[in-house]
Every structure is written in C-alpha cells, then in structure tokens.
Design a protein around this ligand. Sequence first.
Ligand code: SAM
Length: 284
Amino acid sequence: MMASSLVLSHYQARPLLEARRRGERRARSSPDLGLSQVEVELEPAGARFPSGVLVRWEHVEEVASHETACFWADAEGVLHKVQRFSEVTNRLCALMPTARAPTLLLSGIPMHRIKGVDPWEDTRLKVRTLAPLRGRVLDTATGLGYTAIQAAATAREVVTVELDPAVLEVARLNPWSRPLFETPHIRQLVGDVAELVAEFEEAGFARIIHDPPAFRLAGELYSTAFYRHLHRILRPGGRLFHYVGDPHSPSGRRVTRGVVRRLREAGFRRVLQRPRAFGVVAYR
Ligand SMILES: C[S@@+](CC[C@H](N)C(=O)[O-])C[C@H]1O[C@@H](n2cnc3c(N)ncnc32)[C@H](O)[C@@H]1O
C-alpha cells in the first residue's frame, strides 16, 4: 500500500460540509490529518484539494459520519478506511483520529492515551523520562512509530521492532508516521522483540523505550526473562522507560507493582515511578 497524499477524518470533513452549507466556494482544510493547511475548492460535485483530487460530497459525508476511522483517498478520490486485518494476530488494525495525531486501534483498543492528552503528547511524556536521549536507542514496539520518531530527534540511532506487518501498513498511510520511513537513522526490524532481544549485543544501547500492548495482550513482554535481556543489552548507567498504564486505576496499580518487582529481580538497581508518563524508569 502506497502512502496517500490525502488522508481525512471527521475533523476535516465536518468543517468542509459546514462551509458548503454556508454557500462558500473555498475553505481551509488539511490533507494530512492536521499537519498542514491548504485551500480547498468547494465545487458542486465535491471538495477539490490542491493535488487535484476531487472528493465527492457523498464521500465527505461518509467520512464526517465516522468518529473512529480515518480514510485515505486513491487517485480517483475514492476513500478507503485506513485499516488492515492482521494475519499474524487475527486482529483488525486501524487508524483512529483525535484532534491531533491519530492513534492505532488493535481490536478496537487504542495504543496511545487519548483522554486528557493526545497521542503525540503522550509520546513526549514517555520520551522525556529518558532525557538526555543520546547514543543508540532501542524502541521495543514500533506501532505508529511516534516513540521512534521523537527519540530520533536527539538519538544517534534508533532501532525499532514491530511484530505485525499489518501495523506497519497502517503506519505507512498515517501522515504523522512519515518520518518513521524517511529518517535514515531509524532502523526498522519486523519480528517478535521477545525473540530478537536475545540476538542484541550486550550493553549495546544507551536507552530503551518499552511501550508494549497491555499486560493481558502481551504478557511475555512483562516477564522477568524478557527484562533480563533488556538489562543485559543496556549499557551500565543506561535507562529503560517502561509504559505500564494509568497508575491510579486498580489494574494499573497492580501491574505496576509486578513490573517493579520483576525489573528489580532482573537486575535493575533502581526503579522509579513516573506517574505523569504512566510508567516507570529503570536504571542499570
Ligand atoms: C502500544 S503500541 C506501541 C506504540 C508506539 N510506541 C508508538 O509510538 O506508536 C504496541 C505495539 O507493539 C506491537 N507488538 C506486540 N507484541 C510485540 C512483540 N512481541 N514484538 C514486537 N512488537 C510487538 C503491537 O503490534 C503494537 O504495534
């Protein structure tokens, strides 16, 4: 699937319909889920974007009626949901819009925080716990690539691992994920990080960002055996950020307790809670 020059959600579609209802001939809109703004011609048949693509009004209306889906336009202006069925996990992977960066839905579960903070800010809170973020960085779970992209702003190299090719196909269509595919010092690996981690050299990373799916979906990524590998591949003095979930929820509290205990068992000398980032930082 190629990247599309036009990706829309209800955040763009509704204002276009309102402008048309007011009888306007032009409107400001975004062709890339809010990253940039362009002038759109409101023609009798539909909305024409500067790339020349015409999105027919019935399609704009369809986009406006879906709160949890993003749509990409093919060369004819026909819109398709940004989603893929995963052969690896038998789950639907889809892009869900927010007022800022979209999130990834795996079987309907958002892979970023969307209440109170948006996915881009959620990522900033995670990455900030490891500042200064220099040298080689391991990002254990690529997803939409937001952690890899933000880490790459200061890191020398970011190695990022994704289990599911369907997730990467969705990321390819997400304008906010473009730097994941265009930044030369981000190295993408496709595979199970629980297996790949055994092949990484000892003390090879200065920082590790571990942002796995929830405990109930990916228990092996919360195991002492996996944490021992993370400890082994982190250089002495290096730091790991581990996303866990809302520390104020009963399940978040319970999972955090287990994570802290097993990280210590795995050899981390200090484990500190970082409640604003919904996770913990562990020091080798
Ligand atoms: C919470 S999301 C990561 C979000 C990501 N940090 C971002 O910035 O968009 C978790 C990701 O881990 C992937 N995943 C699940 N199990 C994995 C495994 N064993 N190895 C590598 N990736 C895995 C999922 O497919 C999903 O894309």
